[in-house]
Ligand binder design. Structure first.
Ligand code: 2RA
Length: 329
């Protein structure tokens, strides 16, 4: 299968190449695509070098699938051009996520909603994916009324420039900045720009995308998203109020039996999910599972995952695998 990776030089793009190789996606020809300034440079895939080409060249090469991770502007301009040429697009930007004509897919949850007519499929936001993977099976059993989530997000969610800023600050080097504030030894309660209601775009993504993926607009979500000086993954403190009374042991058992979720919850032994352990792992880890003693039918969870993996590259490749298994590529 010919596979184009658009944005192949970015943090997520590089992770896409790694995940495609690791999962043995049947790539017969890789077509790495990046901005004009990178055209002609090379990327390595399964020990072989591939020259980066422009988006126009990539369309002419007719890949079966194009996995985009090059930002919303590039996706808005180029995804329809690939789709018009008959190439299925899996898009990791926010450009198409809330478009009612586009599917927003976490394969374990709503992969089965994809049809052959879907030529641009949206990959959700990283902080949303890891939360809904845990919430969806609990919603099915107990019905979720309201979610209060606070995130602790890795600088890798911003990209290479943010990782460089953190490392430079740590080394005492002055350099280019991805954030308006120092990130090392600090916490920044802003991810993406603010919207009119006082929430950031990242917070509103968690609100809207959760409803769209789980497919129930009765679920209320309120979010505070925060950047911290960490690189291994995003962490989330999640307070969930159910419609029905729940059983703590049953919640644990449901999560233990959920594909892609790993329960790490042995506080007496100091065992709980941490980004340093989630780094470069595909699973979503959940721990600190405990009753909210201040309110009926309510539980507290701590959810951690590598945002570049299940939050981005792995989920996108899983969508491609789903389409390949159906022979739709
Ligand atoms: C972040 N959620 O962590 C974003 C990346 N898509 O900044």
């Amino acid at each position: 299968m010919k596979v184009a990776v658009v944005g192949a030089t970015g943090l997520v793009g590089s992770k896409m190449l790694q995940v495609l190789a690791e999962r043995n996606f049947p790539v017969t020809e890789l077509i790495p695509v990046a901005s004009e300034k990178s055209v002609g440079k090379e990327v390595t895939f399964k020990g072989k070098s591939y020259k980066i080409v422009s988006a126009t060249t990539a369309i002419a090469l007719q890949p079966n699938v194009a996995i985009f991770s090059a930002g919303g502007t590039t996706s808005l301009e180029w995804a329809p051009k690939f789709a018009e040429a008959g190439i299925t697009v899996i898009d990791n930007s926010s450009a198409w996520r809330m478009d009612p004509t586009k599917k927003l897919v976490v394969p374990e949850i709503n992969g089965d909603t994809i049809t052959t007519a879907d030529k641009i499929i949206a990959n959700p936001n990283c902080s949303t994916i890891q939360m809904v993977l845990v919430l969806n099976p609990l919603h099915k059993k107990y019905g979720i009324k309201r979610v209060v989530v606070s995130t602790y997000q890795s600088v890798t969610g911003t990209g290479v420039k943010a990782v460089t800023q953190l490392m430079n600050e740590r080394a005492g080097i002055t350099g280019e900045k991805a954030y308006a504030h120092q990130i090392d030894l600090n916490v920044i309660p802003q991810i993406d720009v603010f919207t009119d209601n006082g929430y950031t775009k990242e917070e509103m993504k968690m609100v809207k995308e959760t409803i769209k993926i789980i497919g129930d607009d009765n679920i209320k979500v309120t979010a505070t998203t925060v950047r911290i000086p960490v690189i291994g993954g995003h962490s989330e403190s999640v307070n969930v109020e159910f419609n029905r009374e729940y059983d703590l042991a049953d919640v644990r058992s449901i999560l233990e039996n959920t594909s892609g979720v790993v329960v790490v919850d042995d506080p007496a032994q100091g065992k709980y999910p941490m980004p340093i352990d989630a780094h470069d792992r595909d699973e979503v880890f959940v721990g600190r599972i405990r009753r909210d003693e201040t309110q009926d039918k309510t539980i507290n969870l701590w959810i951690v995952s590598d945002n570049l993996r299940k939050g981005a590259a792995t989920n996108a490749v899983q969508i491609a695998e789903y389409l390949a298994a159906k022979n739709w590529l």
